[in-house]
Design a protein around this ligand. Structure first.
Ligand code: PLP
Length: 737
């Protein structure tokens, strides 16, 4: 059992702080601060250079600040007021009893929480244990669960070096490198027992027993437990089990999934946590169903098939991958080497065990699929958008031969984003004024969002312009630093001073550089693109960011083509690439762009969430009708978009070349005929009233739907506690204009 009376790292930190600043330690050890309205200045004020150097890590900045600097702050009444107001807000938040869940589902109690398993969590840039969309979604899931009072705990891995970092060389080729995470100086707490030793669990991985320790991260009211095998009593190879996110080969992958799934259940057990529901977010965690079964067999002495239904009743599964190749599968050989001593504990034969992950039975070469296991062992399964639900049902009919496609038991809950995290504080401030101080608690209320109509055009536009300037300054700064590090010539480094222009229509494109996302689609007809971007009267500019997976050569080539384009003399000031995309860069981008571009090959984008973030900040989406945008986009009677634009409309072909042609021409046409003219239709004060109208329409129609409060309410009422689905009013219906 964990010992709660021991001195916590937050206590230890607070003891080093001058007394008026002591509450900063509590704030630093709970990521709640990162979605509070004070997040920009709270820690940065201490030392803005150090703040950047330590990756916005609040514990590190407080640890490194000199006592002289801290006492300087302690005599600043303005700063002290800020801290005490924020600490009061924090205390109220943490102690709040009257939450959404306490009202609609009082039967969900903290003593039987929901355990949410995921291979990555993207909570803040200072905790780099995420790679992209899946992790950010998981982070937002925790934050909204906390806001709504859902008793939920997260379970994941604490990667010593996280996901790879990206740097581009002078040839525009991506180079990968890693940075060590200094766990001791991060907002983490190692869980210890009465003797002050780390609580550990043991796991058989390959031929060895591995000890895994557990760290705690506080995300508002929600606790996230992260497993870590980097202990000196482990074999050196096993210490690297939790070294890298999505690194290594298939063997690393299965080993990590054993730690996450089996280790995760053991860790909860060791901590005395008895979940009421296990939520497997993506197939990586599917082995947890086996460990739940093993514990139950150990407890009852029954057979696997006797307790299978009970296990299934406690597990739910969300799938995220619309292509068969994207699902983890392991060869029977690999399964043998990891599970030969495990299946006897489930009282299963090898064949019976392999059958749990087999798409088709009876084939000895049939690989073991994590999604198959998760689908078999969960009582509820869902995709992450309406279209993705459809695609998933079709893809998995093979598992349900007796059912027609539409009866395949995979539903959908469309993803959302955590509004307080992704809305720029400057706009949040405007929402405070026009929508009400409690706008963050009413993100699902369409009537509240309708009040954006009350915001005068000038006010919305001027704040948007400030955020766009901020994005441009940030981009110049990042590009300049990259060019310096790369040893580019002096002229090129100096040229960053005039890179991009706040008065120019600005497009953002940031996402993983997977070929299906077609990061270079906009270059397909280079001449036509050059005309659009280089138009002297009505120019356009674009900012790119994103990583290609280290093993993805085609993705790296796409980045290289973009970098070449950045240096094209005709539009040298109109194209920029920000290296090493992370949550911070993501926030700057979604908060500052005019237009967010998304052009995946349909239907390969399961949901996508970055475009949703843009909506909360008044940006407009221009996207292929895929993922969430199928549900968000609305056209007027003339067939033109009223809250954004749809690329390619409904023309679909399986010929990729042909489709790329159709979609790129549609994109050019949208830019030339709709987007550019609308943006530059400005009055004498430079305000594009029709554009601002569209910003407001986008906020009104999208914000109440595509936020994680709505998503969590759906998970609670449809998946976690389906008994209440009839009594809970659907949180909202689509807002049609
Ligand atoms: C939101 C976000 C993503 C996911 O965006 P998609 O739209 O799914 O591509 C990835 N990375 C970061 C840093 C993000 O903030």
């Amino acid at each position: 059992m964990a010992n709660n009376s021991a001195i916590t790292p937050a206590r230890r930190l607070s003891e080093k702080l001058p007394s008026p600043l002591k509450r900063l330690a509590d704030l630093a050890y709970n990521y709640w601060w990162s979605w509070s309205g004070d997040r920009i200045s709270l820690f940065q004020t201490i030392d803005s250079q150090e703040w950047e150097r330590c990756g916005h890590n609040p514990v590190a900045i407080l640890e490194s600040a000199s006592y002289e600097r801290l006492t300087q702050l302690a005599e600043d009444p303005f700063y002290l007021k800020q801290i005490s107001a924020l600490a009061r807000e924090f205390d109220q938040y943490i102690n709040q009893q009257d939450t959404w869940v306490s009202r609609v589902a009082p039967q969900v109690s903290a003593s039987r929480p929901i355990a949410y398993f995921c291979a990555e969590f993207g909570i803040h840039e200072s905790l780099p244990v995420y790679s992209g969309g899946l992790g950010i979604l998981a982070g937002d899931h925790l934050k909204s669960s906390s806001d709504l009072g859902v008793p939920l705990v997260g379970v994941g891995l604490l990667y010593r070096q996280g996901y790879f970092r990206q740097r581009l060389n002078r040839q525009g080729w991506q180079e990968d490198y890693y940075i060590d995470n200094p766990f001791q100086q991060m907002p983490l707490e190692l869980i210890k027992n009465e003797q002050g030793e780390a609580v550990t669990i043991e796991l058989q991985v390959r031929q060895r027993v591995v000890k895994v320790q557990i760290w705690r991260v506080q995300v508002g009211r929600v606790t996230l437990y992260l497993l870590d095998s980097d202990r000196n009593d482990n074999d050196p190879i096993d210490r690297w089990l939790t070294g890298h996110l999505y690194g290594g080969n298939l063997e690393t992958r299965i080993a990590q999934e054993v730690v996450l799934g089996i280790g995760g259940v053991r860790a909860l057990h060791a901590l005395g946590i008895e979940p009421s529901v296990y939520h497997l977010n993506e197939g990586h965690a599917a082995f947890c169903t086996l460990e739940i079964a093993r514990l139950e067999i150990e407890r009852t002495g029954k057979s696997f098939y006797d307790i299978e239904a009970k296990v299934r009743n406690s597990c739910v599964f969300t799938t995220h991958t619309p292509v068969p190749a994207g699902h983890d599968v392991f060869s029977p050989d690999l399964i043998d080497s990891f599970f030969a001593s495990y299946w006897p504990q489930l009282r299963l034969s090898r064949e019976q065990f392999l059958a749990l992950g087999a798409r088709r039975l009876g084939d000895p070469w049939e690989p073991f699929g994590m999604t198959v296991l998760a689908l078999r062992m969960s009582r509820a399964c869902n995709g992450v958008s309406e279209l993705h639900g459809q695609v998933s049902r079709k893809m998995w009919t093979v598992l349900y031969p007796q059912r027609s496609e539409d009866k395949v038991p995979i539903g959908y809950i469309t993803n959302g984003v955590h509004a307080p995290t992704w809305t720029a504080p400057l706009l949040g401030d405007l929402y405070n004024e026009y929508l009400g101080e409690d706008w963050k608690n009413r993100a699902v209320d369409p009537k509240m969002w309708a009040k954006v109509d009350d915001i005068p055009d000038e006010e919305l536009w001027s704040r948007h312009l400030i955020l766009k300037e901020r994005l441009i300054a940030f981009t110049r700064y990042k590009v300049k630093k990259s060019r310096e590090l790369r040893g580019e010539n002096y002229e090129l480094i100096q040229a960053t001073e005039s890179l991009l222009n706040p008065n120019v229509l600005t497009i953002g494109f940031a996402r993983r550089f997977s070929p299906y996302k077609r990061g270079d689609l906009i270059l397909r007809d280079a001449q036509r693109a050059l005309k659009i971007f280089g138009n002297p009267q009505r120019p356009v500019q674009i900012i790119f960011a994103g990583k290609a997976h280290p093993a993805d050569e085609e993705g790296k080539r796409i980045i290289q083509r973009l970098m070449e384009w950045c240096h094209n003399s005709g539009i040298i000031n109109r194209v920029a690439f920000i290296e090493d995309y992370d949550i911070y860069t993501g926030q700057k981008l979604v908060q500052g762009v005019d237009v967010w571009l998304n052009n995946p090959r349909r239907p390969l984008e399961a949901s996508g969430t970055s475009g949703q973030k843009v909506c909360f900040n008044g940006g407009l989406n221009c996207s292929v009708l895929d993922g969430w945008w199928c549900e968000g986009y609305q056209a007027g009677p003339d067939g033109k978009g009223i809250n954004g634009w749809a690329i390619g409309e409904d023309a679909h072909t399986s010929d990729q070349e042909l489709q790329d042609g159709i979609d790129s021409r549609s994109l050019y046409q949208l830019l030339e005929e709709e987007i550019v003219p609308l943006y530059y239709d400005q009055d004498a004060q430079g305000i594009p009233h029709r554009w601002v109208q569209m910003m407001k329409t986008s906020i009104k129609t999208n914000a109440p739907l595509f936020n994680t409060d709505r998503m969590i309410a759906d998970y609670v009422s449809q998946v976690y506690v389906p008994e209440i689905s009839k009594s809970v009013e659907p949180i909202l219906a689509k807002v049609l204009l």
